[in-house]
Design a protein around this ligand. Structure first.
Ligand code: NAG
Ligand code: NAG
Ligand code: NAG
Length: 483
């Protein structure tokens, strides 16, 4: 068209941009953006919407947001594309904020936007907001849609509300494999292995074929609870029964299953013989198993790989040092501490979220900024005092800072999930369960703390950490101290 000097208008440009979106063609998109500016059609609503869509699909969120702001006229599609862009890039808070802003401006509620918002709620663990979207979907008549149903199941499960997830699942009139997968993965995430496996068998019973996603959930359910025989069997069934070839993720589950059950040598053999390069998460799982079963030799092998694959992850140094400490090998403890200091590794900062009265509160380890922080620390001290009567002792082996013991106790006491929990206690209605999200794996000390806290405060505590859910109630955890 250009060669023939045919005039390109806004429709031509936005059509080509759609092609760019499908192919993530960022360079062509930038050229078209330049062309649109030259032609003064860049602020046209079709062109602008198509531009921000390509930018967000290519993870150029700043450019996407810049285009969005520069558009004087925005359609419903413009708003939903921008919201979806934020959510796709895991900028959930920005997505929600824009959605609320759009609501004020009378934005039409469509299925597409509401599905994005459900994903944002799932990502943030924002249960209240998610339930409101559920009500809206229902009112707007999208309730029976299969994909909406699966997003709802996923949202409830990820927000720790497994009962509600199951209610949605049961109410769904038509289900496809995606709906079943959402429910099985929900149960698996919550350590409800019996339910996960029962559903898995049931779906086959009614003639549905599990796919590779289903198998991932089932295998990880087996891993969480230590079902070695079943795990091996299902791993085998993938190929033999359903002709699905195992991916590196399925092998990762198998390594996890074996390692968690103490079959560390078997897990290592799988890593050595499988047809893939071992991933950091496999070595990480092996290292964690070595800690649980005090295997120093394989821990050293796994750690060596991890130091290369994840030079910035201080957690690996901490784990190896804990393993040496349990082995009373103090020389090696000193060595690994030294290694940590030498390396550039930064310990990821612990961060926890809790939602109260529809607002999400974020706590960093050693938080100082939160408006009620003084109240929180004083309440936390009281709680710990009560726990000490029940024989709770802060376990300083979970801290690897090069400081004296009293300082370590202080640091551990102020882990973000403890602060979020205490805030929950003083701000949630009496008896309401406390739901917390955490960006790292929960440490052994906080795990003990939550168990006792659930007894003392007579509350259910649900913690979602990097790996899984922990349901604490009456002094014990759904993970059976196996995580
Ligand atoms: C198994 O799957 C492969 C492709 O994934 C296909 O070529 C093959 O025919 C399938 N075998 C059976 C027995 O269905
Ligand atoms: C430390 O590890 C070595 C090698 O695995 C083992 O022989 C020894 O018994 C362990 N020591 C302790 C105190 O666990
Ligand atoms: C809580 O646990 C204790 C001891 O494990 C048990 O005696 C008690 O009945 C439990 N309470 C409830 C409400 O489950």
């Amino acid at each position: 068209m250009q060669r023939e000097q045919c005039d390109m208008n806004e429709f031509t440009v936005s059509s080509i941009l759609c092609a760019c979106a499908a192919k993530s063609a960022i360079i062509e998109c930038k050229q078209l953006h330049g062309f649109a500016i030259k032609k003064a059609i860049d602020t046209n609503v079709y062109v602008g919407t198509a531009l921000l869509d390509v930018y967000s699909k290519c993870n150029f969120m700043e450019d996407a947001s810049w285009v969005f702001e520069s558009l004087e006229e925005k359609s419903d599609v413009t708003w939903s594309s921008m919201v979806a862009g934020y959510v796709r890039n895991e900028l959930y808070e920005e997505g929600l904020r824009l959605y609320h802003k759009g609501q004020v401006g009378g934005l039409e509620q469509n299925q597409f936007t509401l599905s994005s918002i459900l994903s944002a709620c799932a990502g943030l663990g924002a249960l209240n907001e998610g339930s409101q979207v559920h009500a809206m979907l229902f009112k707007a008549g999208f309730g029976a849609n299969i994909f909406v149903g699966s997003s709802l199941i996923d949202m409830y499960a990820k927000c720790g509300a497994i009962k509600e997830a199951y209610n949605v699942f049961c109410d769904q009139e038509s289900k496809n494999v995606v709906s079943w997968n959402a429910m099985i993965s929900g149960f698996s995430r919550h350590g409800r292995w019996l339910e996960a496996i029962t559903l898995f068998e049931k779906m086959q019973h009614i003639g549905l074929f599990p796919n590779e996603v289903t198998y991932l959930s089932v295998l990880s359910a087996c891993g969480h609870i230590g079902l070695v025989e079943e795990g091996r069997k299902y791993f085998d069934h993938m190929v033999r029964k359903h002709n699905i070839s195992q991916s590196v993720l399925h092998y990762s589950c198998l390594v996890d299953i074996l390692g968690r059950a103490g079959l560390i040598q078997d897990a290592y053999d799988v890593i050595k013989t499988m047809p893939f390069e071992a991933t950091a998460s496999m070595w990480g799982s092996l290292l964690a198993s070595c800690r649980n079963f005090k295997n120093v030799e394989l821990a050293e092998i796994a750690a060596k790989q991890l130091f290369e694959l994840e030079p910035n992850n201080a957690g690996n140094h901490v784990l190896l040092s804990n393993i040496y400490a349990a082995n009373k090998s103090w020389e090696n403890v000193a060595k690994s501490r030294h290694l940590l200091k030498e390396s550039e590794a930064v310990k990821g900062r612990g961060k926890s979220w809790i939602e109260t009265k529809g607002k999400v509160h974020v706590f960093m380890v050693g938080e100082r900024e939160h408006p009620r922080i003084f109240e929180i620390y004083s309440e936390l001290d009281q709680l710990i005092e009560e726990m000490e009567k029940l024989d709770y002792k802060v376990e300083i082996e979970y801290d690897l800072h090069d400081v004296e013991e009293s300082k370590k106790v202080e640091l551990l006491k102020h882990h973000s999930e403890k602060l979020a929990f205490t805030f929950g206690i003083i701000s949630l209605p009496a008896g309401a369960p406390v739901r917390i999200m955490k960006n790292l794996r929960i440490c052994g000390d906080c795990h003990n703390f939550m168990k006792l806290a659930s007894t003392i405060t007579k509350r259910e505590v649900i913690v979602r950490d990097l790996n899984r859910f922990h349901h604490f109630s009456n002094g014990s955890c759904s993970c059976g101290d196996f995580w």
